[in-house]
Design a protein around this ligand. Structure first.
Ligand code: HOZ
Length: 432
């Protein structure tokens, strides 16, 4: 596989960028080798600077649900660009996107736009503390909620990829109010609730997507809502990944969970940097300028980003592609499991709507520790073989793969061939 130009850029980038990247997972550290640099992407395909073409199952970690360069979205962005890029004053697009988002989330009367999922979540936590007058939060091991200080404990995503328990530079005081529980284990939540009386909120990804895809047990969510409600503890649903991915709105609705505060990102920006947090009226009344919880941003609600998000959501609303996306996910799951069976490789495939991924383990993956039972050596071989066979996957066992509406039968056939070749390679290497 020719990655000459990518390697040259990787070397050149080392001088003035940290590790030649702007987000650690992109450095391919856990899979080894030189990371690819991208030239362009269109539809379901992404092309690197050496001209290698891949079926894109990274999709910028979620936003590109309509595929790359979707014509109506392109048009909306170009139109917005012709009016200027940012004004430091409000525009109609912010209201239009807010109306659409609030309509799609029954628990959201008001929303505040920010620039990333990290910002959305750190603001939501401040809001939960302001509203309840309490300080502690419970987070789940393996869930990742961005890189703000108080949440870099037992986190998934890049930390899991790099096997880091937390981050240097985070003071003990910043995490002393962060309590850890286990996903899908309500007893671990009850234990924390029973032994602390200053808990403002429980934060979770309703479907975890940063330890690979881990789906919640319906009983777990039901009990979680019950025990938190009993104690006046808020639930913050981090739907940065899941928002508008499995339905027009949130995964929480499909799962029967009613969160108090919801965080969004990724799809709502359609590929531009947008995050958001929203809640019912009485909670959002706390946020400045209505209330005394302060949060601000010069580029928040940026008109180009709003136009991109708005046209993406309008297209999703009109075309309602969720059933088709789910069927594509089921086909992909089937392809993976059949190949695993043929080559006698232990494999679990978890999926929720258009989020999916594979774990090389014989254990059912229900939480962070079972996710970590995956054989990452096998993943490494799988990853590079898939790349060589034209499929771009996240370079980490612990990132979800994403599907877009542009994936067609040809893509699925190509995926099937790549999977067969990759499982054969694994089988040969591990003498299975
Ligand atoms: N899982 C990450 C955010 N949800 C995306 C990968 C990154 O950190 O760049």
């Amino acid at each position: 596989m020719n990655l000459k130009n990518s390697s040259i850029l990787y070397e050149r980038g080392q001088k003035n960028l940290v590790g030649a990247v702007n987000s650690p997972v992109r450095a391919f550290k856990s899979v080894g080798g030189s990371p690819v640099f991208i030239d362009h992407a269109e539809g379901s395909q992404i092309v690197d600077v050496d001209g290698n073409r891949y079926l894109d199952l990274v999709l910028s970690y979620g936003p590109m649900i309509l595929g790359h360069q979707y014509p109506k979205v392109q048009e909306a962005v170009s139109k917005a660009m012709r009016k200027g890029y940012t004004f430091g004053a409000s525009t109609e697009g912010e209201i239009e996107l807010a109306e659409l988002v609030c309509e799609a989330f029954p628990g959201m009367d008001k929303v505040r736009f920010v620039n990333s999922g990290t910002e959305a979540v750190l603001s939501a936590i401040r809001l939960a503390r302001a509203f309840t007058g309490k300080n502690q939060i419970i987070k789940f091991s393996g869930c990742y909620h961005g890189h703000s200080d108080s949440l870099l404990v037992a986190a998934g995503s890049g930390l899991a990829t790099l096997s880091l328990p937390g981050s240097k530079g985070v003071p003990e005081e910043a995490v002393k109010n962060t309590l850890i529980a286990q996903f899908n284990d309500i007893e671990s939540v009850k234990k924390q609730i029973d032994s602390h009386n200053d808990i403002a909120a429980v934060i979770l990804e309703p479907v975890a997507g940063n330890m690979g895809v881990v789906v919640p047990d319906p009983d777990f969510l039901e009990e979680l809502r019950r025990v938190t409600q009993e104690k006046g503890i808020l639930i913050i649903a981090d739907e940065v990944m899941t928002g508008f991915r499995s339905k027009f709105g949130g995964a929480q609705e499909l799962l029967g969970l009613q969160a108090d505060i919801t965080c969004l990102g990724k799809v709502i920006g359609g590929g531009f940097p947008v995050g958001a947090y929203g809640a019912r009226e009485e909670i959002m009344q706390m946020v400045a300028p209505l209330g005394e919880m302060y949060q601000a941003g010069t580029l928040s609600g940026n008109p180009i980003a709003m136009a991109c998000g708005l046209s993406t959501l309008l297209e999703l609303k009109a075309s309602d592609p969720y059933q088709d996306l789910n069927e594509t996910a089921l086909k992909i799951k089937d392809i993976l499991l059949k190949a695993a069976d043929k080559y006698e490789v232990d494999l679990q495939v978890n999926h929720f709507g258009s989020m999916i991924n594979a774990f090389f383990t014989n254990q059912k993956v229900i939480d962070f520790s079972t996710a970590q039972s995956s054989d990452t050596e096998k993943f490494k071989i799988f990853f590079w073989s898939m790349m060589e066979n034209g499929v771009f996957l996240p370079p980490s066992q612990f990132e979800a793969w994403f599907l877009c509406t542009a994936i067609d039968e040809n893509d699925l056939n190509a995926f099937e061939k790549a999977v067969d070749a990759s499982f054969k390679t694994i089988s040969d290497k591990f003498n299975l």
